[in-house]
Ligand binder design. Structure first.
Ligand code: AR6
Length: 261
């Protein structure tokens, strides 16, 4: 190990994530395989390789393990109604959502990635990647800009459509919350356009792209309040936020609970 290189130890991971040693070790080994850490001094110390993504991915990984330790469940923790739109905050895996359209937190390449993007591509199968390649060849040759959305079929998913949007990447200096808000409104515009009546969103931007749970929840909330105020998305009856972490879920509940729908 080089002198001065930041390291992460199993005990640290146990403490910050509140998991046991076996879970912490499994998380670190997986992160090393993903190239975010490099093993050094055996299996107890790892050199940090790609710091900005590390904590987000660790957190996501630990949630996956915690869910595997306890049988998976989709907790309906909050359900709010406007005149015609029901908004629900759920905790679980979005690929299992029983909706017409699932929104993907993609990157501009549209060719897949980690996080929820990776999960959606794995669950949808190769037809999704093929459709994304076609979108790149035709509509978005230079890639999909942050804040915009594009629809494809859902491949093997229950959902008929996947709506791909790209969050602003804070690590690349894209810090304008209006772009994040636009991810939610453009996705709903497109969902309405393809005829979806139910739509599931992940916490766009809330992982690798570095937005806090509150930033994401408030952007989603502002988008829906503004759009509904303008009479948009009348046809969409059911909006679900399907979130991966307790922290994200509780922040969404706070933000969406404080007013009447
Ligand atoms: N179901 C629901 N939420 C999930 C799932 C899942 N199966 N998996 C992860 N999440 P991220 P971003 C949560 O990083 O910040 C990708 O590599 C996750 O815990 O997926 O917009 C893309 O290709 C977090 O709360 O999206 C881009 O390169 C939230 O989904 C980049 O990441 C969003 O985390 C986009 O970064």
């Amino acid at each position: 190990m080089e002198v001065g290189q930041p390291v992460v130890k199993v005990g640290f991971v146990e403490r910050i994530l509140g998991v046991n040693q076996v879970t912490a070790q499994r998380a670190l080994s997986t992160l090393a395989k993903r190239g975010l850490l490099v093993e050094s001094s055996g299996r107890s110390r790892y050199r940090i390789w790609r710091q900005p993504e590390l904590l987000a991915v660790l957190d996501e990984y630990a949630s996956t393990i915690r869910r595997a330790e306890q049988p998976p469940r989709r907790a309906n923790v909050s359900s709010l109604h406007s005149e015609s739109m029901k908004i629900t905050v759920l905790e679980g895996d979005i690929t299992a959502a029983d909706v017409d359209a699932i929104v993907n937190a993609a990157n501009s390449s549209l060719l897949g990635g980690g996080g929820v993007d990776g999960a959606i591509h794995r669950a949808a199968g190769p037809a999704l990647l093929e459709e994304c390649r076609e979108v790149r060849r035709t509509k978005h040759v230079r890639g999909l800009p942050p804040g915009e959305a594009v629809a494809t079929g859902g491949g093997n998913l229950k959902a008929e459509w996947v709506i791909h949007t790209v969050g602003p990447n804070r690590h690349q200096g894209q810090t304008d919350p209006a772009i994040l808000e636009s991810c939610f409104s453009s996705s709903l515009d497109l969902a309405a356009e393809v005829g979806a009546r139910s739509v599931a969103f992940p916490a766009i931007g809330g992982g690798v792209y570095g937005w806090s749970p509150r930033d994401v929840a408030e952007a989603a909330h502002r988008a829906i309040v503004t759009g509904r105020g303008e009479g948009r998305w009348e046809e969409i009856e059911d909006v679900q936020f399907v979130l991966f972490h307790e922290t994200m879920t509780s922040v969404f509940c706070q933000v969406f609970d404080h007013d009447q729908w």
